[in-house]
Design a binder for this molecule. Structure first.
Ligand code: ADP
Ligand code: MG
Length: 252
């Protein structure tokens, strides 16, 4: 069991090719229970593809995905959701014609543990409260601001009662104040026992939040370590050179 806690989630030699393009090449890493793992790297380095392979939206060409030791490589996304893997998308996609509350309710009704309608409804409102959207419960999802839609997306993912939450650029497009609010929300989520894998470009935020990072470049894992050590490596700084916003974070 303690082995399973150290390796709650394991990517083992994941490989994905699109046509002739090798998007992910033999990528391996593990995530311990309660950890926040950052998956970083330049645009096109394969981060979203790795999340898709873990969530089951894409089938890996080679390698395995394990959750608490169980091989889930061949399971469809819906089964992985029921086993406790949830994810958010880089481009948020709420159900447009539903209110914020109903967006969360739908996710709660189809998630890991079934609930009766009134319990699901109160769970949904509690989650909206957690992400700071209680006051917007009845607002149509399309009328929320970007930062609110990102928080709604997190509430929907939490409604499926995940063990592991995969977040694809949850901070992109947010202003510095909104980033701080989002960081404290992510820390709160970790405190309730959910393990996080977070793809993020904001290097300052990654340093502040993550216990460990895996750096990808051109589909390969180049470095793994604590943010302090991994992000100071010359090969990583080189990967990021030219990205001014990212480089700013390396001065820390
Ligand atoms: N569905 C797809 N079909 C074809 N190519 C894709 C697809 N998804 C991603 N790619 C390509 O795979 C590479 C990695 O993409 P992605 O995982 O989205 O990178 P990142 O999230 O790190 O920016 C890119 O070159 C991208 O164009
Ligand atoms: Mg991406």
């Amino acid at each position: 069991m303690s082995g399973d806690r150290q390796r709650l989630l394991a990517a083992e030699g994941l490989t994905k090719t699109f046509g002739g393009l090798r998007a992910v090449i033999d990528v391996s890493f593990t995530v311990a229970e309660g950890e926040i793992l950052g998956l970083v790297g330049p645009n096109g380095s394969g981060k979203t593809t790795v999340l898709n392979l873990i969530a089951g939206a894409l089938r890996t060409d080679a390698g395995r995905v394990r959750l608490a030791g169980r091989d889930i490589t061949r399971l469809p996304p819906s089964t992985r959701t029921r086993l406790g893997i949830a994810r958010t998308f880089q481009l948020v996609r709420p159900l447009r014609n539903l209110s914020a509350a109903d967006n969360v309710l739908v996710a709660r009704l189809y998630g890991r543990e079934r609930a009766d309608f009134s319990a699901a409804r109160s769970d949904s409102l509690r989650l909206l409260d957690l992400v700071g959207l209680r006051g917007k419960a009845q607002m149509l999802a399309t009328r929320l601001t970007l930062t609110e839609r990102k928080r709604l997306e997190i509430a929907r993912a939490l409604a499926t009662q995940p063990i592991v939450l995969l977040l694809d650029e949850p901070l992109s497009g947010l202003n510095p104040t909104e980033v701080d609010t989002a960081l404290s929300l992510l820390r709160t989520i970790r405190k309730v026992g959910i393990t996080l894998v977070i793809v993020e470009h904001n290097v300052r935020a990654v340093r502040a939040l993550c216990d460990r990072v895996v750096v990808l470049n051109s589909g390969r894992r180049v470095v793994e370590g604590t943010p302090g050590e991994a992000l100071s490596r010359p090969e990583v700084i080189e990967v990021y050179l030219g990205t001014r916003s990212a480089r700013a974070g390396f001065d820390a």
